[in-house]
Design a protein around this ligand. Sequence first.
Ligand code: PLP
Length: 449
Amino acid sequence: MSLSPSTLELFDQYVIPTYGRFGVRLARGSGCYVWDEDGREYLDFGAGIAVTSLGHCHPRVVERMRRQLGELVHTSNLYYTRQQGELAKRLVEIVGAPGKIFFCNSGAEANEALYKLSRKFGNEANGFARTSSGNAAGGVVTGGNSNPDAPLRRGIITMNGSFHGRTLGGIAATGQDKVKKGFEPMVEGFTHIPFNDITSLEDAAEIPGTVAVMLEPVQGEGGIYPVSAEYLRRARALCDRHSLLLLFDEVQCGLGRTGDWNGWDTLAPDVKPDAVSWAKGIAGGFPLGAIWVSSRLVQMRNGEVKPLCDVLGPGSHGTTFGGTPLICAGALEVLSIIEDEHLLENARNQGVYAVNALRALQSAWVREVRGVGLMLGIELVADFATRGGLPAGKAPSIYMVERLHAEGLLTIPSGTHILRWLPPLNVQTADVDKAVRILSSVLASLPSL
Ligand SMILES: Cc1ncc(COP(=O)(O)O)c(C=O)c1O
């Protein structure tokens, strides 16, 4: 199809070039497949970037959204809508602990809500309330520990290699220098420590003024690195000891991607965070972000004791579009389909199948294959560029992603040496076989060592 001006020309002239885009111009999708403007077919193993969790245009989602479009799209958050209330209930059930939900539009925005929750907690509370069950959730308050003169706490600990979004808060929180460059000065208050390193966490938790620890249970943009179960348990214990919030960024690894509703459940189901952020797959492709905040009791500096989920009170935070009836209806349908079609189980099974098939390739170009559910990382060997004679300045991950595009497979690069496979949760064995075949033939076509 020849459009005039071409799509590339439109972008060149009118779209701010914040993205290094690949040359693919996509026009339509169905299930695990997308087609470009010329009708060329691609197997979509990126799913946006872990977003279209049911693939493209699932008939039940299309039907539900059509119906909602004809009923009510937007009302503002000045009023109540049934869909937002029901979605909040569903998300609280998914976490499996009492709490409440705030809705927004993206992952970065969901994380902003976590930073603001941390600031409020550090500025206006002394910590968790003392209760009959230590300071765990659900206990009866046994005695005041309020102290209006205690030092304020504002420091948030995050991890090297993390990614938390592109807002000013998000880039300050993110543990990668490349996202910060040119945007200095950074928002204050973030300390970065090595990922998965318990000693560093123990040291950082002692830093005066620390209020929260934030981490991705499985680092996504960083290259598919899960945190250990032991680390999560230790982080929980340390946060309890120092009255710090334990915040999980589940924007990429949450809501089914790891083969469980919660990424942390795949790693250490006995650990519960104090708050969680979601976006990406939550509504299967419609823009929605959300946070869950625990109802654990906190001791306010003014003597009041209240649930953590009520610390962000009326007027403290908001967003025009968060939680519209249209998007919430879509998200409710997406979550129901994941359940009805047993897609958590499918994500677990297909993930194991894919890792085994990729490892069986035994390619000399691949350093490691790792995966948690359908978060798969294929790390290329460190000297890929020199051995493969790549054009100067081209990262091996980008080179491989482009080669795979040419063979009809969409995947996502991570850093310079990692390919990410993040297929829809309803991916089938035949699709995995096809993707492995394409990768295998591209690897086989590289110059022999
Ligand atoms: C773990 C994590 N947090 C936050 C974000 C930011 O989400 P968004 O791009 O929706 O703002 C991302 C995006 O890749 C992510 O992977």
